[in-house]
Design a protein around this ligand. Structure first.
Ligand code: UDP
Length: 482
């Protein structure tokens, strides 16, 4: 029998979606794939599995702590509360029962579950980490920890150069995420488990997306992305992430609307599953999109406290200027529509990968976490992004940079308009998309990455590659994270 892998995604769409794609990819290559998640989150995964009936992916569920929200989307901010972290940790015992019952050959688990490293070691199987990011952020993080360039900057908004990277990349202190100074307990546990009890990394990226960066990682790493490209038909793309949850009619409305627009004319604006704004900031986005004169699809999260649209949406705005989707949009379907010519994104890693795979240039508007690092990759390294001017990384809406409607308009115009620079950016975006397509084709780098991961797991199962202490830690390459 072939190898059996347990997948344990972190409880947020930005992690569950790509890990489901990964499970599907591996199932398509003959691996027995089992996704393990909590009862309430199963409904976010099941539609994606139903949409690919030819793939044999099993879903198993675990109970979560009573009365604690089961997904980051239900927390007041993207920052994890102690109750939520306790909920994540409480999964350990029931997950172990499933390990004993099903005896998988490998665990691919999110870095947010440091205890999966212990369980894997106890059960004599490899734990492979899934970070939900690419490799660029590791190089940036390592450069910051090693050289501390932010300590020399005289002000929070003064740019400093990151030493030791293959490209010229600058950040400022206000763009750094919390926890990088070792003050975050969960992050410290994650790092410890990652360094000592993790066999390797599987990453949703491909070589050309982050040129020279994966080589700097400290672990064995398999680059297998863009994983989203496993969703080839419209149904698969629509049901990704749980689908519309009753919004299917709106999906059709959106596609009909896009069909009526000319190629490359529409800007798609979406800030991920967690992007929230103040009402006044929403008003500026509305004003900027409006004055750009470009048709747009704008996704505004529901249940984010701004249901009273009169506070921020000009009257008649939705019908006149573009399409506003409240709640969940079929992002992959929209991005792959020929009418879409630009993407305003918060630079969550999946959105970066999906925008790059769709070959569209991006307006970058990072909000929190490692999104400011991803912005630099799109803007400075790949040359496919224009920064809107967001400078402060924070989970708290009010602490972030207030971006004016004029800044929004200007960035949209730069991306969607004519001129040499815009043409060059579009050309680069198309080239990156072509490289992404080739990477996942048979014989491409990510296709081969997946083959090599599967072969290594088969060898371990067959006893050809002993799971020695050295191998458990996977420390075979240059040590970068200290
Ligand atoms: N997404 C979607 N529709 C939405 C919002 C998000 O399909 O309305 C998907 C998007 O395609 C991506 C994921 O949700 O796969 C969001 O992940 P990302 O890393 O971009 O951002 P996060 O939500 O983690 O901040």
């Amino acid at each position: 029998m072939d190898v059996h892998i347990f997948f344990l995604p972190f409880l947020a769409p930005g992690h569950m979606i790509p890990m489901t794609d990964l499970a599907k990819l591996l199932a398509g290559r003959g691996v027995k794939a089992t996704i393990v998640t909590t009862t309430a989150n199963a409904s976010r995964v099941q539609p994606a599995l139903d949409g690919s009936p030819h793939l044999d992916v099993t879903l198993l569920t675990l109970p979560f702590l009573p009365s604690v929200p089961e997904n980051v989307t239900s927390l007041p901010t993207p920052g994890l509360t102690p109750e939520f972290i306790a909920g994540l940790n409480s999964l350990k015992s029931s997950f172990e029962r499933l390990l004993v019952e099903h005896r998988p050959d490998c665990i691919i688990s999110d870095v947010f579950y440091p205890w999966t490293g212990d369980l894997a070691a106890e059960h004599g199987i490899p734990r492979i980490a899934f970070h939900g990011t690419g490799s660029f952020v590791f190089s940036v993080g390592a450069a910051i920890r090693r050289f501390k360039p932010h300590e020399i900057a005289s002000a929070d908004d003064e740019p400093f150069l990151l030493p030791g990277l293959p490209h010229r990349v600058e950040l400022c202190r206000s763009q750094l995420m919390g926890g990088m100074d070792g003050s975050d307990e969960l992050m410290n546990q994650m790092t410890e488990s990652y360094m000592k009890k993790t066999y390797g990394d599987v990453m949703n990226t491909f070589h050309e997306m982050e040129p020279g960066y994966a080589d700097q990682l400290s672990k064995k790493t398999w680059l297998v992305g863009p994983v989203s490209l496993c969703n080839r038909d419209a149904t698969e793309r629509a049901v990704r992430g749980g689908g519309g949850g009753g919004q299917e009619n709106e999906f059709d409305r959106c596609l009909d609307w896009l069909d009526s627009k000319s190629a490359g004319s529409v800007l798609y604006a979406c800030f991920g599953s967690l992007g929230q704004f103040s009402s006044s900031q929403l008003g500026e986005i509305a004003g900027g999109l409006n004055s750009s004169g470009r048709p747009f699809v704008w996704v505004v999260r529901n249940n984010a406290g701004y249901d009273d649209t009169s506070e921020w949406m000009p009257e008649g705005f939705e019908e006149e200027e573009g399409l506003v989707i409240r709640g969940w949009a079929p992002q992959m379907l929209i991005l792959s529509h020929p009418a879409v010519g630009g993407f305003m994104t918060h630079c969550g890693w999946n959105s970066c990968m999906e925008g790059a795979s769709a070959g569209v240039p991006m307006v970058t508007w990072p909000l929190f976490a490692e999104q400011f690092f991803n912005e630099r990759l799109l803007v400075d390294v790949l040359g496919i992004g224009v920064a809107v001017g967001s400078k402060v990384c924070s989970n708290v809406v009010e602490e972030r940079t207030f971006v004016s409607r004029e800044q929004v308009r200007k960035a949209v115009e730069e991306v969607m308009g004519g001129g040499e620079e815009a043409d060059e950016r579009r050309k680069s975006a198309r080239e990156v998309a072509e490289m992404a397509r080739r990477a996942v084709e048979e014989g491409g780098s990510s296709y081969n990455g997946l083959s090599s991961l599967i072969q290594e797991l088969r060898d371990i199962k067959a006893g050809d590659a002993a799971l020695s202490e050295n191998v458990v830690t996977g420390l075979t390459q240059r040590e970068l994270i200290e």
